[in-house]
Ligand binder design. Structure first.
Ligand SMILES: Cc1ncc(COP(=O)(O)O)c(C=O)c1O
Length: 458
């Protein structure tokens, strides 16, 4: 029998102090930041669960590889190692490095999409949606019904609704659908995995209609491990074999290596299509850099080459998925409403159910994030009306589909006692939830408003 205690499958060689602040200091810091945690210096955060993106702790092997980084402008062997590592997992012919995921998205949509096109996805992430809309295409979310029910238990709530995909293609015509995307795991939909059966079914629809299928592959390793745990027929396969099969059904991918690349920066765009690759590399040179570095240093390429393989190690994935579930299960047990089951990289609190007295247009997710900061110096992020809602022509706020609060866990960074502390803080806020008030926006930018919006308490 395996032991019940989760142990981090690493030991700590270098430590980074974190700073305690007082409640009074945090109240003042938050008010000065307009109740937007993006606008608070990380010096004033105790446990930072804002994102799992680029916040990974690197391994000794990654640091060692970085010393091998060859910084030649063209033809660096660091690129060769990076490309080989990506190809061994994805099988794609063309691997185009970018400085992060959104740069891959911008290039992909600029080359493949035009005004009037429709791009279906299980759920577009915020940067994916913004880049798609920026070229005039419609970013269409097609989650399955169970994906929109936070409390419902289902092994693959990240799946794309194949029936609605067929209807969409019939409605707009295949010519207006330049590609279909599947985001693994579905970050905006609660970090939920997509089953292999769903990827296969989507591919079949795409093939029938002559539409390429792309993976937004940020968390491909976590998705592969959740397939291993939950999908019949995959228990004896390795995460690498499962990932290879996932990529095998697709025609290309975008990737932020800041997630399952276990790096602090980087990304890539892949395709099997020669013509597309040429156009993508031309655009890459314009804003990112030469195709053998794409905006990254040689040492970054090395870190990603190693990180992609470490992210597929079974010991690491077991610890990763179990420790995320540990946080989710400990708060859910006390009644805190969370997206069930806990996802791979984050626990999502259902802020609407946590604060039912706050209307969605008064930003319950943002209000809850503010309270976790005041209570214990924890930074989290709203994924809801602020991130995805809009104002109508009369300026009235329109609610998003859900109001979630994401507690994203940086990879290999926090220990179980940090997580126990987070549980304690959440439960304290849960006990005084009825006193929490909603918020009103006092400033917002024209797009991606959540990064810089400011609020006042109602
Ligand atoms: C699903 C998904 N797609 C794309 C991105 C964009 O990646 P990056 O932040 O590297 O630009 C993210 C980042 O959080 C993401 O979670």
């Amino acid at each position: 029998m395996p032991m019940k205690t989760i142990i981090e499958p690493f030991r700590i060689k270098s430590v980074e102090p974190i700073r305690q602040t007082t409640r009074v200091q945090r109240e003042k810091l938050l008010e000065d930041a307009g109740y937007n945690l993006f606008l608070i210096s990380s010096d004033n955060i105790l446990i930072d669960l804002l994102t799992d993106s680029g916040t990974n702790a690197m391994s000794t092997e990654q640091w060692a590889a970085m010393m091998r980084g060859d910084e030649s402008y063209a033809g660096s062997p660091s690129f060769t190692r990076f490309r080989d590592s990506v190809q061994a997992i994805t099988g794609f012919k063309h691997v185009i490095p970018t400085h992060q995921g959104r740069a891959a998205e911008r290039i992909l949509f600029s080359v493949m999409c035009k005004k009037g096109d429709v791009v279906p996805n299980n759920t577009h992430f915020d940067t994916t949606r913004a880049n798609c809309e920026f070229v005039g295409a419609e970013a269409l979310d097609l989650p399955t019904p169970e994906g929109l029910e936070p409390a419902r238990q289902h092994p693959f709530k990240g799946n794309l609704d194949t029936e609605r995909l067929e209807q969409t293609i019939a409605r707009v015509g295949a010519k207006r659908v330049p590609l279909v995307m599947i985001t693994v795991t579905n970050n905006s939909g609660g970090g939920q995995p997509v089953s292999m059966a769903n990827i296969k079914a989507v591919k079949e629809i795409c093939s029938r209609n002559g539409i390429p299928l792309y993976l937004d592959a940020c968390r491909f390793a976590e998705n592969a491990y959740l397939i291993k745990l939950r999908e019949p027929g995959y228990a004896t396969k390795t995460p690498r074999e499962i990932a290879q099969e996932m990529f095998g059904y697709t025609d290309g991918c975008t990737m932020s290596a800041k997630k399952d690349g276990l790096a602090n920066i980087g990304g890539f765009l892949c395709t099997n299509n020669e013509t597309l690759a040429r156009a993508e590399k031309d655009l890459l040179i314009l804003t990112e850099g030469f195709p053998t570095y794409g905006g990254l240093a040689g040492r970054d390429l090395e870190a990603i080459a190693v990180g992609l393989n470490e992210a597929l190690e079974e010991d690491y994935l077991r610890y990763r998925i179990t420790s995320t579930a540990y946080l989710g299960d400990h708060i859910a047990r006390e009644g805190v409403p969370i997206v069930q089951p806990p996802g791979g990289h984050a626990v999502y609190i259902d802020a609407r159910a946590f604060l039912p007295h706050i209307s969605p247009v008064q930003f319950p997710g943002v209000a809850l994030a503010a309270e976790l900061y005041i209570e214990g110096g924890i930074r989290s992020v709203e994924i809801g009306t602020l991130m995805f809602g809009k104002r109508d022509e009369k300026g009235a706020e329109q609610a998003g589909a859900l109001d979630l609060l994401r507690l994203a866990i940086p990879r290999r960074v926090y220990t179980q006692s940090h997580i126990d502390y987070v549980v304690e803080v959440i439960l304290e806020v849960w006990r005084r939830r009825k006193q929490i008030r909603g918020l009103e926006i006092t400033y917002q930018a024209p797009f991606l408003r959540h990064f810089t919006a400011r609020f006042r308490r109602l």
